[in-house]
Design a protein around this ligand. Structure first.
Ligand code: PGA
Length: 249
């Protein structure tokens, strides 16, 4: 059985006291689903968050990392540094990283390798822009993003990869892909994996949907057979909304 996962991407929100406050709210929530739950606070609050959530069933994950082990990369953070504070999962390839920080498939392939080499789990994000969808190019774009960054990997590496399909036009816009659009793309992604690595691998990889998931639409999106969870931005900043989404499974 594939893992069901709901991950909250806090992006550049919440200072230390707001992080503490949101974590105590999250700890007070009742869980009725078996989905794995993750939150991704900003770097400065990862240590505090991982300490505050030690022993809980909420995992603290990072929003990004550098590919090098260490060295002259001012302002950057390595996989080893994350692991040393108890962070074992990293989000890579978010469309905001691609758009504002020029992260390319080639760079992301190096980051994925570096994370896996340290035994980390990767939530690898990708998705088409509105113009791609309007031109009916979404499958080509998404297929290329996956192939370019991941298809150099051995099949076994996919035990530590979670995919997150996030159509750029649906991120932070309030516009969600319809459950059917999400399912169609997730089925395409799984087939792309199956064609390269076989059905066994393809069936084991969790594929999350991201883009304006909220309490009101989560259940319908998560009910689709190839949607294994969500990467949640805005709605993860409120404990009630986030847990309503977690409990939508
Ligand atoms: P959103 O963000 O839920 O605010 O649309 C999703 C994401 O960027 O991961």
């Amino acid at each position: 059985m594939r893992k069901q996962i709901v991950a909250g991407n806090w992006k550049m929100n919440n200072d230390l006291s707001q992080t503490d406050a949101l974590i105590s709210d999250l700890k007070g929530k009742t869980r009725t689903s078996d989905a794995e739950v993750m939150i991704a606070p900003t770097f400065t609050n990862l240590y505090a968050a991982s300490q505050a959530l030690k022993g809980s069933d909420i995992e603290v994950v990072a929003q990004n990392m550098h590919f090098a082990e260490n060295g002259a990369y001012t302002g950057e953070i390595s996989a080893g540094m994350l692991k040393s504070i108890g962070v074992n999962t990293v989000i890579l390839g978010h469309s905001e990283r691609r758009e504002y920080f020029n992260e390319t498939d080639e760079l992301l392939a190096k980051k994925v390798d570096a994370a896996l080499a340290k035994g980390m789990r990767v939530i690898f994000c990708f998705g088409e822009e509105l113009a791609d969808r309007k031109a009916s190019n979404e499958e080509t774009v998404v297929g290329d993003q996956i192939k370019n960054a991941l298809f150099h990997l051995e099949a076994a590496a996919f035990q530590n990869i979670v995919l997150a399909y996030e159509p750029v036009w649906a991120i932070g816009t309030g516009e969600t892909a319809s459950p059917e659009q999400a399912q169609d793309m997730h089925a395409f992604i799984r087939k792309t994996l199956a064609d390269k690595y076989g059905n066994n691998i393809a069936d084991q990889v969790s594929i999350l949907y991201g883009g304006s998931v909220k309490p009101s639409n989560a259940e319908e999106i998560f009910s689709k057979p190839d949607v294994d969870g969500g990467l949640i931005g805005g709605a993860s900043l409120n404990a009630d909304d986030f847990f309503a989404i977690v409990n939508a499974f």
